[in-house]
Design a protein around this ligand. Structure first.
Ligand code: NAP
Length: 484
């Protein structure tokens, strides 16, 4: 494959206002493990020969000198001869690479190691299929190249640059210091996205959703891959709502088996689209009844298999805490609060195991529709005053961050309930769970379900036992300190 033999550099763009600050940035980039820096001269307050000398003297890392004009998204809006003159000087002073825009006529370009660049800020990527296009460009480039799809949709092209033997990819020193939309920090690239482990054979997994920027899944799965020594990386895949956007990406994946995508997690709002893409015949009976899958496995021949690990994880968390089997749920009175996506998966599973389920929902008609589909009963929320249930499961978002003082039911209703399961996982201990514990109920937290569904995905994809304790630790750390 072209370009595979060269090392792909992790390049930190420096956007400081003075040469001194930029030099401090160089040292920080070196300490953070960067391979190269890009001095963005257009960010400097003053650019002259002494500034260039100061930047190049005893530099700890190879330097790309870039003096980006406004017409290609940069900050320099002065005369073109002055701009090119600075780049000539930088070349004479020994800059390792000079970035020259492709619209500069060949006769005007400085000599030396030139990176010919083109930036189209008017075209931000529309979906992760544009990142696949960028990877295709890298594969066919025939010479060292950088091809990145900008914006959140382009994340995969930044992370997989090394898999496809790119010249480099860019990562900022810290959040807020990005030189282009969608850039990760160097710490995220190295710690979260396994930069140093990525190679040509690395398998790719990802989470599809909208939004996905705050998803904990990349942290959990990448940590699990690292722990288990699996040559794989897990990326965020933002896909805008609607089956068209979902199908566009799936089509792009089918056309690009060399991307080595092996599995996908699917979250809101695409779980139903995922089932349609996989095909009803390729999922288990309960997932089909639920009408949604959150796990896709891509077989070597490109065929897709789907699962719903949400319901399985919810059942396992519940029966595990009660010390019973799923079959022992038969005949037990269960109150389910809510009638959305989570409630649907849980009601389908509970009724499958013959529990006696009553749904309490704010919008009564929605609760009634769900109940009718799965043979449950439905009531309005006011009927909670007369609750008679052995098990209560909250499937509403009430009590979730940032409204942590809220609870879906008053505590006196909990008298007589034996087990309270809150699917909300942020915060780890909701007000409902706190009050349930005070009322003497056994409690099951949403983190158990969340870790369970991620662990099932890992096992479905790799055929290995998931490192559940590690995955749980990552979730708990993320919920208490969201930095990678
Ligand atoms: P959803 O489809 O939007 O449904 C939300 C449900 O909550 C609806 O029934 C809605 O009632 C009800 N609701 C929302 N705000 C309410 C309020 N102020 N008062 C009364 N009812 C209210 O959401 P979802 O996907 O089912 O998710 C629900 C919860 O499950 C979330 O908190 C999520 O964190 C949790 N969850 C956890 C996991 C896990 O792994 N632990 C997995 C999936 C989901 P209406 O029908 O009247 O609008």
């Amino acid at each position: 494959m072209p370009g595979q033999s060269q090392k792909t550099s992790l390049i930190v763009p420096l956007t400081h206002p003075t040469p001194e600050a930029m030099r401090a940035g160089m040292r920080a980039a070196d300490a953070a493990g960067a391979d190269m820096v890009e001095c963005r001269l257009d960010y400097l307050e003053k650019v002259d020969r002494p500034a260039l000398r100061a930047l190049l003297k005893d530099r700890p890392l190879p330097v790309i000198m870039t003096f980006r004009p406004a017409r290609q998204g940069g900050r320099f809006d002065g005369r073109e001869p002055d701009r090119l003159g600075i780049l000539f000087t930088a070349g004479k002073l020994g800059a390792d690479y000079l970035d020259v825009e492709d619209d500069v006529p060949e006769s005007h370009r400085p000599r030396g190691r030139v990176i010919l660049s083109h930036h189209d800020f008017a075209f931000l990527s529309q979906g992760p299929e544009d990142a696949v296009t960028a990877c295709r460009i890298l594969r066919g480039a025939g010479k060292p190249a950088i091809a990145l799809a900008m914006g959140e949709h382009g994340a995969t092209s930044r992370i997989l640059a090394r898999k496809f033997g790119a010249f480099g990819t860019f990562a900022s020193l810290q959040e807020g210091a990005e030189s282009a939309p969608g850039q990760f920090t160097i710490q995220q690239m190295k710690t979260l996205y396994r930069w140093d482990c990525i190679g040509p054979a690395t398998a790719v997994y990802g989470v599809i959703g909208c939004p996905v920027v705050h998803s904990m899944s990349p942290a959990i799965h990448n940590a699990a891959f690292a722990h288990a020594g699996v040559d794989a990386v897990y990326v965020p895949l933002r896909i805008e709502p609607g089956p068209e956007s979902f199908n566009r990406f799936m089509h792009a994946l089918r056309q690009a088996p060399w991307m080595d995508f092996r599995g996908l997690s699917v979250t809101i709002p695409h779980k139903e689209n995922a089932l349609a893409a996989v095909g009803e015949e390729s999922v288990d009976e309960l997932s089909r009844r639920i009408g949604a899958v959150n796990t896709i496995r891509i077989e070597a021949d490109g065929t897709l298999r789907g699962w719903n690990s949400d319901y399985a994880a919810a059942m396992d968390a519940l029966v595990g805490a009660m010390g019973i089997r799923r079959e022992d749920l038969a005949g037990r009175n269960v109150a389910v609060l809510g009638a959305g996506g989570a409630a649907r998966a849980i009601v389908a599973a509970l009724t499958y195991y013959h529990a006696a389920v009553t749904i309490y929902n704010r919008t009564v008609s929605r609760g009634e529709r769900l109940a009718a589909e799965f043979g449950a009963a439905a009531r309005g929320r006011e009927a909670l005053e007369y609750l008679e249930a052995e098990i209560l499961i909250n499937c509403t978002s009430i009590g979730m961050y940032p409204d942590m003082d809220a609870s879906p039911i008053p505590p006196h209703v909990l008298q007589g309930v034996q087990v309270v399961f809150d699917t909300v996982y942020n915060p780890i201990e909701t007000r409902l769970l706190r009050e349930a514990a005070e009322a003497g109920c056994r409690t099951v937290c949403g983190v158990d379900m969340f870790v369970g569904q991620a662990a099932t995905q890992f096992e479905t994809w790799t055929g290995r036992q998931a490192p559940r304790e590690l995955m749980r630790k990552v979730v708990l750390k993320h919920l208490t300190d969201p930095q990678p």
